[in-house]
Design a protein. Structure first.
Length: 259
């Protein structure tokens, strides 16, 4: 069964376990507005449906997401802090729900991923970028620090010194440099991005969902666990998953003589 829904800023399409979420403000570089945040929250709520086994997030047009839409603040410059707080609160609530999903999330990044766009990409489990993609924190160029989880994701991946340097300089990272830092998992030709991301997301949708959910839980718990606690958690999940008859079936297939 295939279903498609369009809101003002986001298009969702469900097909055979895969939910595609596309930011749909191409003329603005898919820049973030309160409307886009609300639409993304609705899309993430849709992704929480048990029928959804994997999620693919992309942006329409030339850019993934150019960060906050500064035009939203026109005529409101006397209350920038209040407007920014409202947007950050909404975006953060959406991002937490996205990050908590028990199913794999793939981000397909083309063009610019700046500020909140960078954070949205970093919240995914697998990031595939086109060769022309560029990533930047962006905030310091406006005299700001960070939001959208960017400081947390970068510090987890790179450590505080390197994360701080990227936030302070707000420089752009090319796709290959982002991959070398471990922020991007694969870089493909721009015209191959959509197909590569679809293939990866489809493979997750057709894969062992229980194992993926446990892997997400284990890798995130490892940040706070000591080794004994992590070993106990590993044992509990691997034994629980092994009770599924599909595991024995997979092992039997691997044990068959080949050739």
């Amino acid at each position: 069964m295939t279903s498609k829904a369009e809101s003002e800023s986001v298009v969702t399409e469900y097909e055979a376990g895969l939910l595609r979420i596309s930011l749909d403000r191409p003329a603005s570089g898919n820049a973030v507005t309160p409307g886009l945040i609300a639409d993304l929250m609705g899309a993430v709520a849709e992704a929480e449906d048990p029928a959804v086994r994997a999620v693919l997030i992309a942006g329409s047009g030339a850019n993934f997401c150019a960060g906050a839409d500064l035009r939203h603040f026109a005529g409101k410059l006397d209350r920038v802090a209040d407007e920014l707080q409202e947007m950050a609160t909404g975006f953060h609530a959406m991002l937490e729900r996205l990050y908590r999903l028990s199913k794999p999330v793939v981000a397909a990044v083309q063009g610019n991923a700046i500020g909140a766009g960078f954070g949205l990409a970093l919240a995914a489990d697998l990031v595939i970028a086109g060769k022309s993609a560029r990533f930047s924190t962006g905030y310091a160029r406006l005299g700001l620090s960070a939001d959208a989880g960017v400081s947390w994701f970068l510090t987890q991946a790179l450590g505080p010194r390197q994360a701080g340097a990227l936030l302070m300089t707000a420089r752009f990272l090319a796709a290959e440099e982002a991959r070398s830092l471990g922020l991007v998992d694969d870089v493909v030709e721009d015209d191959a991005l959509a197909a590569a991301a679809e293939t990866a997301a489809r493979a997750f949708a057709e894969g062992p969902g229980g194992a993926y959910a446990a892997i997400k839980l284990l890798t995130r718990a490892a940040r706070g666990n000591d080794l004994p606690a992590q070993l106990a958690l590993e044992e509990a999940h691997v034994v629980r998953l092994a009770r599924d008859p599909a595991v024995a079936t997979a092992m039997a297939a691997m044990l068959k003589p080949r050739g």
